[in-house]
Design a protein around this ligand. Structure first.
Ligand SMILES: Cc1cc2nc3c(=O)[nH]c(=O)nc-3n(C[C@H](O)[C@H](O)[C@H](O)COP(=O)(O)O)c2cc1C
Length: 139
């Protein structure tokens, strides 16, 4: 049973390259081993992450992530069954939430994931992914 989960959280401390690299290294190893895919958006002190995989694998990963003291205020914004994966080519892609693209900035002037619905959140992620500069270290 394939599922997709979206959650948001607030970073504890600055989102440095070191922290991001550590998270992504763990994520790519663990996610590959558990057939999980997704994308991590980060910036402005926030994380927005999409996780896709078998339901029990997604839940298992979320339990690990929730306990991580590098972020807090974790909030599930969406959980549902899916027919197919949207991010099947990435064990965990990284997208920057700092909205530099003027078109994206115009459409989402003050994007706040804590008050946005899941459709708006997925929409922004998809837009950011389609702008070529957004993806870092696809893997
Ligand atoms: C925002 C954020 C996203 C994360 N995403 C993943 C992920 O996709 N996969 C993963 O294995 N760990 C991810 N982690 C790391 C886990 O929270 C956890 O540190 C890691 O699984 C190691 O857990 P352990 O120290 O209990 O072995 C993420 C951490 C943060 C802060």
């Amino acid at each position: 049973m394939l599922t997709r989960m979206i959650y948001i959280s607030r970073a504890v401390g600055p989102q440095t390259t070191t922290v991001t690299t550590q998270i992504l290294e763990t994520a790519r190893r663990y996610n590959k081993a558990h057939n999980l895919t997704g994308v991590l958006c980060q910036g402005r002190g926030l994380y927005v992450q999409v996780l896709e995989g078998e339901r029990s694998a997604v839940n298992g990963l979320y339990r690990r992530i929730v306990g991580d003291n590098r972020h807090d205020h974790t909030e599930i914004v969406h959980f549902g069954e899916i027919e197919s994966r949207q991010f099947k080519e990435w064990s965990m892609a990284l997208v920057h939430l700092s909205i530099d693209d003027p078109m994206v900035a115009m459409k989402h002037p003050e994007f706040d994931p804590y008050s946005a619905n899941s459709t708006a959140i997925m929409g922004l992620i998809t837009e950011l992914l389609s702008s070529s500069s957004a993806i870092q270290n696809p893997g």
